[in-house]
Write a protein that binds this ligand. Sequence first.
Ligand code: ATP
Ligand code: MG
Length: 233
Amino acid sequence: MNIDETVSRIIGKERTGRIVREAFREYDIDGALGTVEAIGKAKESRFCIDDRNRFVYCNLVRWLHADERMKAIHPVTGREIAGRLDCGIYLGGSTGTGKSLAIGVMADYGRLCGFRMWFGCDDGAATWRVIRSDAICDVYAESGTVRKYGDAQILCVDDFGTEPEVSSYMGNRVDVMRQLVESRGDRRDRISIVVSNLPLCGGVKARYGDRVQSRLYGMCNYFKLEGKDRRLP
Ligand SMILES: Nc1ncnc2c1ncn2[C@@H]1O[C@H](COP(=O)(O)OP(=O)(O)OP(=O)(O)O)[C@@H](O)[C@H]1O
Ligand SMILES: [Mg+2]
């Protein structure tokens, strides 16, 4: 076998079973944030990018653009670290800090820009629909399976941790979200976006155990939205 064949086999293998991002093209971060702000304002007239959320919005934009300059937060030390473009997002923060709106705005931004990702053996759109974790549990209780969420190229779950601990189908009692995160966490060709009030370090372990916490460390870039409840008048 010649060297070219060997290399292409290796590259072929490398693209199998994992996330590969399109090569990053230069863009203007201020222009991108302006577009994000326009999407936000279309959903919520008071929408603004301010000191409390700029880091999060800026780095979610970089993540979608596959920009290696992306940063994230270390879930244990809280320090700024390099982001991982082949991992998903865990967005924490207390109630009303703007998590659900942020993840919806970024889904629209991804759709608008038409970003793509390589999901192991298939290419797909870098955008998502948001589903609440209790709605996933309802699907399990009605049908006995959540396979479509386990297999989704990008799964975006909001309000992770607010669902019932046990869902039942024909006598099978299952902690649906725990199983779902564990199974997705063992794959490298899927992106999970998790939005929660639970701090990734500690809060997730208390609710789901250390296997889930550990997998989310590996699967996701951690972010936290800070500040007061934006629902306050
Ligand atoms: N950047 C923003 N600028 C202005 N208002 C915002 C912003 N982000 C969110 N809001 C508003 O703040 C309120 C709370 O936002 P959101 O529902 O996204 O919070 P949350 O963090 O998901 O809360 P919870 O943890 O309770 O689910 C909403 O009315 C939303 O429209
Ligand atoms: Mg919310």
